[in-house]
Design a binder for this molecule. Structure first.
Ligand SMILES: NC(=O)c1ccc[n+]([C@@H]2O[C@H](COP(=O)([O-])OP(=O)(O)OC[C@H]3O[C@@H](n4cnc5c(N)ncnc54)[C@H](OP(=O)(O)O)[C@@H]3O)[C@@H](O)[C@H]2O)c1
Length: 317
């Protein structure tokens, strides 16, 4: 039977690491449907992956959700970042998958709903976790066969500014929250490998929820020091004010934002609450489940820095 694998947020960070692994495998028996929201992403992915089907959709629209699931075997669902509609969007996509799974003519091929959620969605103080908790609840109560993956914040998020300063006289890391707070990090290449395995092995992972973590808890001083050792540099770590951190995040997250006054309060509340939380508490987990899944050691921040500095990585850029 031919497979149709649907990936949402296909232009985003997580899928950018997954698509090359799945695209390599693409044969007439396994096809990819890449779902994006903007025309710019539609054009970019169509050019980059000519053998894949690239479609535009808005998960607030139930018809779009049915369209992306039409004829699918598997959906790998990621929700757009920090939208106040996140729970509603997830429920729309789950409803569309249930409708797809019940089709009689032609008979449904739908088999697997994979949700890439977040580590500890039960933390209600952060809206981006709480909204995913509601999506998880809706999924586990649905008639679908599913797998839930729970990554933590990505190792890759902070590494760019460090590598960019490898030749600076006085390198500085501007921490957006208290650098003594500990986190478990998820490295995108590990997350992608685990995700592809779950998609390809399918039945083996039905009804499982996995923490997808690459490190034991570590604070930002340890993270920065380990990457600094690879570069042969010592970074000074400074902490931004809370207000500065909220503004920096909002500018990065929401296109066209020049100051906080431009950000709708409903959009701003997500990053505000997350940054407040991160100033006193981290999000902690255990990398053993990921290592069991991918059958190798997970990638630490120092190892990621080495990989990104390798000649092969330079060629990819
Ligand atoms: N950043 C982290 O450290 C971290 C850690 C764990 C979990 N997460 C979670 O990961 C998820 C985001 O995944 P990502 O980081 O891979 O993506 P991302 O890089 O943040 O990109 C956002 C994606 O959302 C799409 N999108 C925006 N509005 C949409 C809409 N109305 N309908 C459908 N798609 C829409 C965008 O498509 P266009 O390009 O077409 O606009 C883009 O593909 C979030 O739920 C976040 O909470 C993030």
């Amino acid at each position: 039977m031919s497979d149709l694998i649907v990936l949402t947020c296909a232009s985003g960070k997580q899928c950018s690491h997954m698509i090359p692994l799945l695209y390599k495998e693409e044969t007439p028996l396994s096809r990819l449907r890449l779902v994006v929201n903007s025309k710019a992403s539609l054009d970019r992915l169509t050019q980059r992956y000519p053998k894949a089907e690239v479609v535009q959709a808005d998960f607030q629209n139930p018809q779009d959700c049915r369209k992306i699931l039409d004829g699918a075997t598997t959906i790998y669902y990621l929700s757009p970042t920090f939208t106040p509609h996140e729970a509603h969007m997830g429920m729309n996509v789950i409803d569309a998958a249930v409708a797809e799974s019940k089709k009689k003519i032609p008979p449904s091929k739908f088999q697997h709903f994979v949700f890439s959620s977040v580590l500890h969605p039960e933390i209600t103080k952060m809206l981006n976790h709480d909204r995913k908790r509601l999506v998880e609840e809706y999924l586990v109560e649905s008639p679908l066969t599913y797998t839930i993956l729970q990554p933590s914040h990505f190792t890759d998020n902070s590494i760019g500014p460090l590598l960019a300063q490898r030749d600076a006289d006085a390198p500085v890391y501007m921490a957006p929250y208290d650098p003594t707070v500990k986190f478990s990090f998820t490295t995108l290449r590990d997350h992608a490998e685990a995700s592809v395995k779950v998609i390809q092995e399918r039945h083996r992972h039905f009804f499982a929820t996995y923490q997808i973590l690459s490190t034991w808890p570590m604070d930002y001083y340890e993270y920065i020091r380990s990457v600094g050792d690879v570069l042969g540099r010592t970074f000074e770590v400074r902490q931004m004010s809370y207000e500065q951190a909220v503004e920096t995040f909002c500018k990065r997250l929401f296109p066209g934002v020049e100051s906080l006054a431009d950000v709708d309060l409903r959009n701003r509340e997500g990053p505000e609450r997350m940054l407040l939380y991160y100033n006193t508490r981290g999000v902690l987990g255990n990398p053993r489940v990921l290592e069991w899944l991918i059958g190798r050691k997970a990638t630490t921040p120092a190892e990621l820095a080495k990989l990104l500095l390798s000649p092969a990585a330079e060629e990819d850029n």
